[in-house]
Design a protein around this ligand. Structure first.
Ligand code: PMP
Length: 305
């Protein structure tokens, strides 16, 4: 089944969506992107797109930072995305990738005096961290400070930092790397936020420790509060606290909720998937697949019934 893209304001087969070699964003990383999941529910014969509006809100904020205008309102972007998913017609989990990029075919490092364009495509994509539980290492690459490249925006150029981390971790036999902030606090994984459980409480790094303010992070905080009665404390976390935590898990659109059982070859807790992580993971899958009535307002059904 072919994938489609919305490109230059129309739907085209993904294979026909091409940009020129001089495109500014290709040379200088001057673009912002999103990663959105569409989750297939075979009983409902439906794809539910998860927290679509929130993703486009973040894309809008990031575009603004790079001095780019979205060509459409957030509502229109949501409608375009639904139409795109309908056109693709997949009956499996998908991943949707919107991009706002400096589209001028012009060289010269800058943000001003350049055109920008918007595109979005969808592809089938199953699990990202393809495991029940993952083994991490503390990365030797640090997250940049807000005044280097603001990590709260998904700026393509920034992701070289994440790529260094991911490949370093995998080269050394781990699944994922955990980066520290410039101050040496625990920040996040290459594509995930991080949570710890200690003495029945949840902890996660605060927004000023160079994290992306994850939508899954927010989802996990809300589910923990509403369904497990657990508050999440947002506070600076020292690397040592990782090793003494009872549980650890990662959250992200691609990675969902993935338990971490080992960091730098040390067991977290008893080295097995923790109770809180596994409860949250179960709830999360129910919610994103549209199987929990209470959270259906987070799910946009793509197919007409
Ligand atoms: N941190 C980074 C660096 C990421 O790339 C992602 C994935 N978008 C996340 C955290 C998790 O964010 P979200 O839950 O919104 O996907």
């Amino acid at each position: 089944m072919p994938s489609y893209a919305y490109f230059h304001k129309r739907f085209v087969p993904l294979t026909e969506a091409k940009i020129g070699v001089m495109t500014h964003a290709l040379h200088y990383g001057t673009a912002v992107f999103e990663g959105i999941r569409g989750n297939w529910n075979s009983q409902h014969q439906q794809i539910y797109i998860f927290r679509l509006k929130e993703h486009y809100q973040r894309l809008k904020d990031g575009s603004h930072l790079l001095r780019m205008n979205l060509p459409h309102s957030i509502d229109k972007l949501c409608r375009i995305t639904v139409e795109l998913v309908q056109k693709c017609g997949f009956k499996e989990d998908i991943y949707i990738r919107p991009l706002v990029y400096k589209s001028s075919e012009a060289l010269g490092v800058r943000l001003h005096d350049l055109d920008n364009d918007f595109l979005v495509f969808a592809i089938p994509w199953g699990r990202y961290l393809d495991m029940e539980a993952c083994r991490c290492r503390i990365s030797s690459w640090r997250r940049p400070a807000d005044n280097v490249i603001p990590p709260r925006a998904k700026i393509t150029g920034l992701y070289v930092n994440n790529a260094f981390t991911k490949t370093e971790a995998m080269d050394r036999g781990f699944d994922e790397g955990i980066m520290l902030s410039p101050q040496g606090h625990v920040s996040e994984g290459s594509g995930e936020n991080i949570f710890l459980v200690k003495n029945g409480k949840l902890m996660t790094p605060p927004v000023n420790d160079s994290i992306l303010i994850g939508i899954t992070r927010d989802t996990a905080i809300m589910l923990a509060k509403n369904e497990l009665g657990m508050e999440t404390i947002e506070k600076p976390i020292e690397p040592e606290e990782l090793f003494t935590a009872d549980e650890c898990f990662l959250t992200g659109t691609a990675a969902h909720i993935t338990p971490v059982v080992e960091i730098d070859n040390r067991k977290i807790g008893n080295g097995r998937v923790g109770e809180v992580a596994s409860k949250l993971q179960k709830l999360y899958f129910e919610v994103i697949k549209g199987n929990n009535q209470k959270y259906l307002n987070w799910c946009t059904p793509a197919y007409k019934k």
